[in-house]
Design a protein around this ligand. Structure first.
Ligand code: KG4
Ligand code: ZN
Length: 335
């Protein structure tokens, strides 16, 4: 079965063709990074127009790269929630138009569930149940994957998403937008004990990052040597150390409480090699299996939409031409 998949929930326009929910035949992504860099963040209206500019080109390239006849496409899968409403509507309407023209079904896919599904692309041995930490620019969620389509939320951020924290600090350090990866680079050469940050104590497995973000801003405001390389490297290393410790701690704690032996990560921040290294080390210590997608499948891409779309399809979660887009949507809901 061939699924044409579309992702347009934020600032990446992506198309993919996925075979039988496992093999990525083609995946083409156009990033709007340059468009939003000047504003220091994603401007929803600009993003929606950016998707309109990109979508036909991206989808044409996706079909060309796959080198398969358009008649072979059996269904179209599209992110319909959560995300920015204007950008989502561009993808959803393209998907509905394509489905109508070809006489094939349309499958609405939850973006967070798709991030989790990115793990299956290169880890065919990974099967539910398992635990997944989804960390991206918009989400920080600890999820129990019961089966391919049923998820239970174990914890989530009460304020900022972890990627948002990396991006905000990076922007204030003059690293551009989104600066998570650039901050990660500086952190490699900084002293991670230079600045003190505390991990909040909550009464469950939720996260909170606003205190850390405020503390980082205070260090920046009070710095005598703000422009020095050493200050930036040390702040990046110290904040990364605390965030990684916090994420790892809750993930391992949840695995213990729920008695789950397989854990995974997903989302843009999961491309952080230090985070993966620390979680992997903990997994070795605790006798847990650890899975992660490669960086190209951590950040937003349509291949993961095609994978999750396949599982929704075979479980009968098929949408129709009334499919709409929603800014918020829990991975716990049926589709
Ligand atoms: O999954 P994604 O592409 O988009 C959302 O669904 O939000 O994630 C983008 C986020 C941005 O916040 C970006 O700064 C962050 O992932 N990111 C990183 C790294 N690479 C990307 N954060 C920390 N370290 C990295 N190496
Ligand atoms: Zn995402």
């Amino acid at each position: 079965m061939y699924i044409l998949a579309i992702e347009s929930s934020c600032d990446d326009t992506s198309g993919a063709i996925v075979e039988n929910g496992s093999k990525v035949i083609s995946c083409v992504t156009e990033s709007q990074r340059r468009l939003h860099n000047q504003f220091g963040g994603v401007v929803p209206e600009v993003a929606a127009r950016g998707h309109l500019d990109s979508i036909f080109r991206v989808m044409r390239k996706t079909l060309e790269h796959a080198n398969i006849n358009i008649n072979k496409i059996d269904a179209v899968a599209v992110t319909f929630t959560p995300g920015l409403i204007g950008p989502l509507l561009v993808g959803v309407n393209f998907a509905k138009g394509f489905a109508l023209a070809r006489g094939i079904p349309v499958i609405g896919v939850n973006h967070i569930k798709a991030h989790v599904a990115a793990n299956y692309i290169e880890n065919s041995e990974l099967t539910p149940p398992f635990l997944c930490l989804v960390v991206s620019g918009g989400h920080t969620s600890l999820i129990k994957i019961i089966n391919y389509t049923e998820f239970i939320l174990i914890g989530q951020t009460r304020d900022d998403a972890v990627g948002e924290v990396f991006d905000k600090i990076a922007r204030n350090l003059g690293l551009g937008y989104p600066g998570g990866a650039a901050l990660d680079k500086l952190a490699e050469i900084g002293n991670n004990q230079k600045f003190k940050f505390t991990i909040p104590r909550l009464d469950n497995l939720d996260f909170s990052f606003s205190g850390m973000k405020t503390k980082a801003m205070q260090y920046m405001q009070n710095a005598q040597n703000f422009d020095s390389e050493a200050f930036k490297n040390d702040l990046a290393a110290s904040v990364r150390e605390t965030i990684v410790k916090y994420l790892t701690q809750n993930l391992i704690l949840a695995a213990g409480i729920l008695n789950i032996k397989k854990i995974s990560v997903a989302g843009g921040v999961a491309s952080n090699s230090y985070l993966k290294k620390k979680i992997y080390e903990m997994c070795i210590k605790k006798g847990l299996e650890f899975y992660a997608p490669s960086p190209k499948y951590c950040t937003d891409n349509a291949a993961m939409i095609g994978i999750q779309g396949y599982f929704e399809y075979i479980n009968g979660n098929i949408s129709d031409l009334k499919l709409n887009a929603y800014a918020s949507g829990s991975p716990e809901s049926k589709i």
